[in-house]
Design a binder for this molecule. Structure first.
Ligand code: GFB
Length: 315
């Protein structure tokens, strides 16, 4: 593992989006780094440039993690293109520019594996960016996140800002969104299997064919990768943060059903989109720096299910 090039000790750190699944995991992981956490009140709308500038002017910070975003699963992305494009463009542009003005020493921007072309060669290397058409169901979110990568690169070139970008694969874990219309597949399957088991239902229905493949990373692994990148990485190129292997949605459903204890049938709703057939990332750039994930999929699913039961099962 390379020696750290940036210390978080005694730094004032602002994790934008610290109430969400990713942001709260990063805050939990930073607790071990001897830094001071700074949080913006709910009233600060990160889409409002003046509000963001005023907050930064009143709250000096040394490090910013951009984990704030308008996020959602395939149906939400496909249903609200304007929200996914506009909200994410405004949030990232306001945070990145305000961080420059404030002289923030280090910024980590978080995107997503959906930035890559729909049919990118697998596993997807960082160089595949902008080499082909995007997946239509989430091109809006993808364009916003690609713009965020470009903003960080432009600010590094023109202003010398140490702003870096990381592209996580599909994430899951504590604090996830379990709403069946807007969520990602992992929390949706956990909730569907749990509610079917509890109700004694004979089947659950998954969206699409079940054939697409997805790579999944527990959000605590992502948070650890974020801290590692803040401490060890300073360059223009974005960095993939993947788990290293993937599985079909059908196999994931069987795994989730087994962890939850649901033994019924799996039905498929062909009217729902499959989206990208596969988006397994090549994370060799990050591995070569000395980081690797630690939470196996089955253990991670059990952890996410335990959190769901403790926080949502009775809603
Ligand atoms: O997780 P998901 O919504 O988003 O869908 P993506 C992954 C796959 O799971 C798709 C299938 O093929 C879905 O059709 N699926 C099966 C389900 N059952 C369900 C279900 O009940 N709910 C959901 N949501 N999916 C997202 C992007 O794409 O990936 C986001 O839209 C972001 O912008 C995220 O990039 C990481 O993986 O297809």
């Amino acid at each position: 593992m390379n020696a750290p090039i940036f210390s978080l000790k005694d730094k004032r750190v602002y994790v934008a989006g610290d109430r969400g699944m990713v942001g709260s995991a990063v805050v939990r992981r930073l607790a071990r780094e001897g830094c001071t956490m700074v949080s913006a009140p709910r009233g600060v709308d990160l889409r409002e440039q003046a509000a963001v500038r005023a907050w930064f002017a009143a709250n000096p910070v040394d490090v910013v993690v951009v984990a704030a975003a308008k996020v959602g699963g395939i149906l939400a992305n496909d249903s609200y293109p304007a929200d996914f494009l506009y909200d994410n463009l405004m949030i990232e542009a306001n945070l990145i520019e305000a961080s420059r003005v404030a002289g923030v020493a280090k910024l980590l921007f978080l995107g997503s594996s959906c930035i890559y072309p729909k049919f990118a060669p697998q596993p997807i290397h960082e160089d595949a960016l902008l080499t082909g058409p995007l997946e239509p169901t989430n091109e809006w979110y993808a364009i916003a996140k690609i713009a965020g990568i470009k903003l960080c690169q432009a600010y590094r070139r023109q202003h010398g800002c140490d702003f870096i970008s990381a592209m996580p694969t599909n994430l899951y874990g504590p604090g996830d969104n379990f709403d069946l219309q807007s969520s990602h597949v992992m929390p949706a399957l956990i909730r569907k299997a749990h509610e079917a088991k509890t109700a004694g239902a004979e089947s659950i229905t998954i969206w699409g064919s079940g054939s697409p493949r997805r790579e999944f990373l527990h959000v605590d692994d992502l948070a650890d990768a974020c801290v590692f990148l803040l401490q060890h990485y300073s360059a223009e190129e974005h960095v993939n943060v993947g788990f290293g292997d993937d599985l079909t949605i059908a196999d994931l459903t069987a795994l989730v059903a087994d962890v939850v204890g649901f033994a019924g049938r799996i039905e498929k709703d062909a009217s729902k989109p499959d989206g990208t057939p596969r988006k397994l990332m090549d994370s060799a750039r990050l591995r070569s720096l000395g980081w690797a994930p630690r939470i196996p999929l089955r253990e991670g699913v059990a952890d996410a299910y335990a959190w769901f039961c403790a926080h949502h099962a009775n809603t």
